[in-house]
Design a protein around this ligand. Structure first.
Ligand SMILES: Nc1nc2c(c(=O)[nH]1)N[C@H]1C(S)=C(S)[C@@H](COP(=O)(O)OP(=O)(O)OC[C@H]3O[C@@H](n4cnc5c(=O)[nH]c(N)nc54)[C@H](O)[C@@H]3O)O[C@H]1N2
Ligand SMILES: Nc1nc2c(c(=O)[nH]1)N[C@H]1C(S)=C(S)[C@@H](COP(=O)(O)OP(=O)(O)OC[C@H]3O[C@@H](n4cnc5c(=O)[nH]c(N)nc54)[C@H](O)[C@@H]3O)O[C@H]1N2
Ligand code: SF4
Ligand SMILES: [Mo]
Length: 748
């Protein structure tokens, strides 16, 4: 949709579009197009709240017109991973993909086709959707479950509240008296455009902001008046000790607890050592977390007394072994202090504030026969039982069935198949909008797995480390070359309409068009493919009652939804419990979760607990690998996307951050080359010696592209060379739970 602007060159049209890769935003971009080329990008200049693009979106021309863009279909000619390909026609490429799909289906069955789909594009249409529709119609496929982003936080949110809609509108933070950024760094991760602006206003208003993070993040530096460094993986201990202090000193909101929660007595049994003889007091938590006992006690008292207070429990600490325990402990703390359902408070949880699909918190208890659906839409999954530890009695969240493979285990499943306890022997990998080799844990095992596949096809824009392992690579266009709708990230009420700005470059096509052509070769006709792109988008919009005028949204490139008042999750339940209940099994906030209790398994305790694991700071492995590695999200990229964009790379070099104490012990100076390694792999990279990370912890942000040398040492700085391909019982990926060693690198 074009808007003419009299102040501009008459040959320039301004296309209202947006940016929607997988970062914490979805932003307005206005593409200035001249002679079929985007010559300039600007962002939202319209009415408040402005949905302004960050530097990555503004640098998009360098991604769109990158000399590295994949231009035409490619067929592998060298060894897998070597990156040697030859140009083939679309017809040849698609014939080969269709032939392999048919062969694998006939020879091994549909379950041997594994869809490795991820969130590289966050539009509602393009990306994995058409591929799933196609493979479903083809007789089904094996699907993964387990979102790396938030699976642990989601599990905890479901167990505690029965829903993921637990957040408040960002502007409601202005009504808080204290805001705790617990493992939350929105100055970098965005977490809805406008969040940083709101935090700046919170600070200007004199509201105290505290940051709890092993790193002195940009958010801590910009907004917080107190930084509490904490050992990774020990947050649940500190949150549990805060509950201990509050209950011991009688600072809890007892009326709230009595009316809205179940299980406080059972939690007290754990806190006061009735279970195990251990008092979960601040001294106990200090010895685990390195946070001084008096700091814990003070924070607990402040949080309980300065009301309302907003504890924002980020997903990063939950992207860890037993990550769900941290989230559970945070949720329960917000309940004990009565900070739920009130303006200025915050329930933690999954933190979705607004969703057009979920206006009210409906309680739906899933009957046992429904937990094992006969028809799932994907024939491979029909009739499969819920996976172990699934919260299958609750509606929503993820309740994967046993026919699915956890995303972190995809490589292991490819390598071990049914003999390893997986539901299928995988032969064919179908990769879309995913750089799984780089982004899934344990990259070197990933290499072995991708090399072991009989066939792999990748839809991509660039020759990523994953695409190098493909047999066929199909070039995909970007969101500037097609139209789409992007929903907001977490809680801001708006949609972006991404109008196509320019024609597809080179021979690139959309995922939708690729699947349309492939479907013909497979002799199938999925219903979706009978419609044009615009018809499908209209259909998507029609399913949402908060998009009243598709045409206006398309024209403006954005639909800002006006809410009568800021969202405060669970306001109805708290104001009138007679009328509304929590969508949990008990109808209340579950400090003690009956659904978990029924599992009778100590790894999913019914009350939150601190639980060490094989790569905790004090595990026996720490003698060999004494440093804890965390792998946060980077401002230069959204995961691996924008990695190869020069304007973004200029911002700062990719380094491992290490505290001066640890560096000195190892003879490492700032800017030295170092080796960062464990039994899974080795990364060679420059060190940044800094006080912005606590001793004992090193940081390597995720997303830089894996680039192994001939000895298998990664020269690219890919964090997942070092991470564990394990799964927490709640489904969390343990990406912040790896032990490593760092050594100065010397040539000899
Ligand atoms: N710029 C940018 N923004 C992004 C993305 C991106 O790649 N780049 N990705 C987007 C996506 S898909 C997601 S899921 C979100 C992720 O959003 P988050 O999960 O919130 O992001 P992270 O940076 O992984 O983690 C947040 C903070 O947790 C801290 N942390 C790590 N381990 C621990 C711990 O054990 N305890 C405590 N207290 N803190 C810990 C990290 O130091 C970091 O500052 O970000 C989104 N936004
Ligand atoms: N160590 C560590 N690893 C992590 C994390 C961490 O915190 N630590 N975070 C995890 C998280 S939260 C996430 S969400 C994942 C993200 O993992 P991925 O989703 O795999 O990573 P992305 O780089 O966002 O996108 C993957 C690819 O999608 C491609 N792409 C973009 N648009 C399109 C499109 O329209 N069609 C197609 N076919 N391809 C497209 C991009 O070129 C890119 O190569 O990474 C996870 N990995
Ligand atoms: S990268 Fe994310 S925050 Fe930045 S412009 Fe794009 S959508 Fe917005
Ligand atoms: Mo994510």
């Amino acid at each position: 949709m074009e808007v003419s602007n009299p102040y501009l060159d008459n040959d320039v049209r301004v296309v209202n579009t947006g940016c929607c890769h997988d970062c914490g935003g979805r932003c307005v971009l206005k593409a200035h197009v001249k002679d079929g080329q985007v010559i300039r990008l600007e962002s939202d200049t319209g009415e408040d709240p402005q949905i302004r693009a960050c530097m990555r979106g503004r640098a998009y021309r360098q991604r769109l017109y990158s000399p590295d863009r994949l231009q035409y279909p490619l067929r592998r000619v060298g060894r897998k991973g070597a990156g040697k390909f030859e140009r083939v026609s679309w017809d040849e490429a698609l014939n080969e993909v269709a032939g392999k799909l048919k062969y694998v289906k006939e020879t091994y069955g549909n379950a041997s086709i594994l869809l490795l789909a991820s969130g590289g594009n966050q539009g509602m249409l393009h990306g994995p959707l058409p591929v799933g529709a196609m493979l479903q119609e083809f007789g089904g496929f094996t699907r993964t479950w387990g979102i790396a982003s938030y699976e642990g936080a989601m599990y905890a949110s479901m167990a505690t509240y029965g829903t993921i809609r637990t957040g408040n509108s960002r502007e409601d933070l202005l009504n808080s008296k204290m805001v705790i950024l617990w493992g939350w760094n929105p100055a970098v991760t965005i977490q809805d455009p406008g969040t940083s602006l709101m935090l700046a206003r919170v600070r200007e208003k004199g509201i105290k902001i505290v940051a709890v993070d092993p790193r002195y993040t940009d958010s801590a530096a910009t907004f917080a008046s107190q930084w509490i460094p904490i050992r990774p993986g020990t947050d649940s201990a500190v949150l549990i000790a805060m509950a201990y202090v509050i209950l011991k000193e009688n600072l809890q909101d007892q009326a709230f607890i009595d009316q809205h929660t179940v299980g406080i007595e059972k939690y007290k049994d754990y806190l006061f050592g009735v279970d195990d003889g251990v008092q979960k007091n601040p001294q106990w938590a200090e010895s685990i977390s390195k946070v001084p006992a008096e700091v814990i006690a003070k924070l607990a008292r402040e949080y309980a007394l300065v009301k309302p207070a907003a504890l924002i429990a980020g997903w990063g600490p939950a992207r860890a072994a037993f990550g769900e325990q941290y989230s559970r402990a945070a949720n329960v703390l917000t309940a004990i202090t009565g900070n739920i359902g009130v303006s200025g408070g915050y329930a933690a949880g999954f933190m979705r504030a607004y969703s057009s699909r979920e206006f009210s918190h409906k309680k739906v208890v899933v009957r046992p026969d429904q937990a094992k659906p006969k028809r799932t839409g994907n024939p491979v999954e029909d009739g499969a039982s819920p996976r172990k530890y699934s919260l299958h009695k609750l509606y929503g969240g993820t309740n994967p069935n046993g026919a699915r493979i956890h995303n972190a285990k995809a490589f292991d499943a490819i390598l071990r198949g049914k003999a390893g306890g997986y539901p299928a022997d995988i032969k064919l990998g179908y990769v879309v909008a995913s750089n799984c080799l780089n982004q899934n844990p344990n990259t070197r095992r990933g290499e072995a797995a991708l090399a072991a596949l009989d066939f792999m096809v990748v839809h991509e824009q660039f020759m990523t480390p994953t695409a190098r392992f493909a047999d066929i690579v199909l070039p995909v266009n970007t969101f500037m070359e097609r139209s789409d709708i992007a929903p907001p990230w977490l809680g801001s009420p708006y949609y972006i309409y991404l109008n196509k700005a320019v024609d597809s470059l080179y021979e690139a096509k959309s995922d939708l068009d690729i699947c349309r052509e492939l479907a013909q070769k497979l002799n199938i006709s999925p219903m979706m493919f009978a419609f044009t792109e615009d018809e499908i988008l209209q259909g998507i919009a029609a399913g949402r009652d908060d998009i009243p005028d598709y045409g206006a949204m398309q024209r403006d490139g954005v639909l800002k939804i006006r809410l009568d008042e800021p969202v405060v999750s669970f306001k109805e339940q708290i104001e009138d419990p007679g009328k509304a209940s929590f969508p949990t099994l008990s109808g209340k906030i579950e400090i003690y979760c009956e659904h978990l209790a029924e599992m009778g398994d100590p790894s999913v305790p019914p009350v939150p607990r601190y639980m060490p694991h094989a790569e905790s700071h004090d595990a026996s492995l720490a003698k060999k690998y004494p440093l804890q590695l965390i792998t946060p999200h980077d401002k230069k990229r959204a995961h691996s996307t924008w990695h190869n964009v020069p304007w973004c790379r200029e911002i700062e070099p990719h380094v491992v951050r290490i505290n001066a104490v640890d560096a000195r012990d190892r003879g490492i100076r700032d800017n030295d080359m170092v080796d960062l390694f464990n039994d899974r792999g080795r990364v060679r990279i420059r060190a940044r010696v800094t006080e912005r990370i606590m001793p004992g912890v090193v940081e390597l942000t995720q997303g830089a592209w894996y680039a192994p040398d001939e000895k298998g040492v990664d020269q690219g700085g890919c964090a997942n060379v070092l991470t564990r391909d394990d799964v927490s019982p709640g489904g969390a990926h343990p990406m912040n739970s790896a032990l490593v060693q760092v050594e100065a690198f010397s040539q000899d």
